[in-house]
Design a protein around this ligand. Structure first.
Ligand SMILES: Nc1nc(=O)c2c([nH]1)NC[C@@H]1CN(c3ccc(C(=O)N[C@@H](CCC(=O)O)C(=O)O)cc3)CN21
Ligand SMILES: CC(C)C(=O)C(=O)O
Ligand SMILES: [Mg+2]
Length: 296
């Protein structure tokens, strides 16, 4: 399949399930994807929205049918899909492939590609080259990158070239080796002021939304009130315009403990483990397959 045709908005996923009433969709059945204008309108009208990560076509299709308006192909695929320790080793090739799958598996969500570590920091030209791959080869509707002031030239160049950019400040996991861990950002007056001025500068540079990760709730609420573009919180309290969670955390599939900001809405680790154990047990006992699963 050519890059062109794999990037179409068509999908094998069909939906007959009832959709949640989200004006973000411009009414269901409009046959179009959520756009940056829809998200701007949601902020004006005080409508909150949810974003989830997605790393494959089937899971993305489930979220699309559930009415999640924005799906992020996060570099959190590093630890949640590809088996790495963190997001640092993730490559553009890997995320472009996963992004293409998420676009193919969805019809209405805006799909955002997370620019991996090392794929945009060097220069605006590098950022544009990477973003163009996500748009042409995967068909994403926008990209996301980490950083405040230090990436303003990249944000400006991308927006001027026609690439919608979601910014990401607060805890920026691609800098985990500099930070020495995943710590709360924006504590203290000086850090708080820096976060606010970064948010304003990113908005001025043309970012259509800003992720606020692991920042005190009061500060995130203040940022959200002081800027016109939507904020998307993760571990940033209830005062942001939208919320994002890593889907494996939300669904109870992530092994070990999850951060305190996560709410688990399912227990998929137990569900899948039980299914696998039941299958294995049936095979060992001769209970599967039986006549109904056999051909003659
Ligand atoms: N599965 C998963 N969920 C995520 O939310 C996530 C990833 N992976 N990978 C990329 C980043 C890393 N993130 C993280 C990772 C750990 C904490 C954490 O341990 N937080 C502590 C509080 C830290 C503090 O007190 O300073 C916690 O217990 O909540 C937070 C965000 C968020 N992102
Ligand atoms: C947690 C979100 C914001 C992210 O950047 C990711 O999933 O990679
Ligand atoms: Mg990320």
């Amino acid at each position: 399949m050519s890059a062109e045709s794999s990037a179409t908005q068509e999908s094998a996923v069909s939906s007959s399930a009832a959709q949640p009433k989200l004006s973000l969709y411009g009414g269901t059945g409009t046959g179009r994807r959520v756009t940056v204008r829809d998200l701007a309108k949601a902020k004006r009208e005080g409508e909150k929205w949810a974003m989830l990560t997605a790393y494959d076509a089937l899971t993305a299709g489930v979220f699309d049918e559930a009415g999640i308006p924005v799906l992020l192909v996060g570099d959190s695929a590093g630890n949640n899909h590809l088996g790495y320790e963190n997001t640092v080793p993730v490559t553009v090739d890997q995320l472009v492939m996963l992004s293409a799958a998420v676009v193919r598996g969805t019809k209405r969500a805006m799909v955002i590609g997370d620019l991996p570590f090392g794929s945009y920091q060097s220069s605006p030209a590098q950022a544009l080259e990477t973003a163009a791959r996500f748009m042409k080869e995967a068909g994403v509707g926008a990209v996301k990158l980490e950083g405040g002031r230090r990436v303003l030239p990249q944000v400006e160049a991308l927006v001027q070239a026609g690439v919608p950019v979601m910014a990401h400040i607060g805890l920026t996991p691609q800098s985990v080796n500099v930070l020495g861990g995943y710590r709360i950002a924006g504590r203290g007056d000086e850090e708080a002021e820096k976060l606010i001025s970064d948010a304003k500068a990113l908005q001025h540079a043309g970012a259509f939304a800003i992720v606020l990760e692991l920042v005190p709730a009061e500060l995130a609420a203040r940022v959200s009130a002081e800027i016109d573009v939507p904020t998307v919180g993760i571990g940033a309290g209830a005062g942001t315009d939208a919320q994002v969670l890593v889907w494996t955390d939300m669904a109870g599939l992530t092994p070990g403990g999850v951060p305190k900001f996560v709410k688990q809405y399912a227990d998929m680790r137990t569900l899948l483990g039980d299914a696998a154990r039941a299958f294995a047990s049936d095979v060992v006992n001769g209970a599967y397959p039986d006549e109904s699963h056999s051909y003659h």
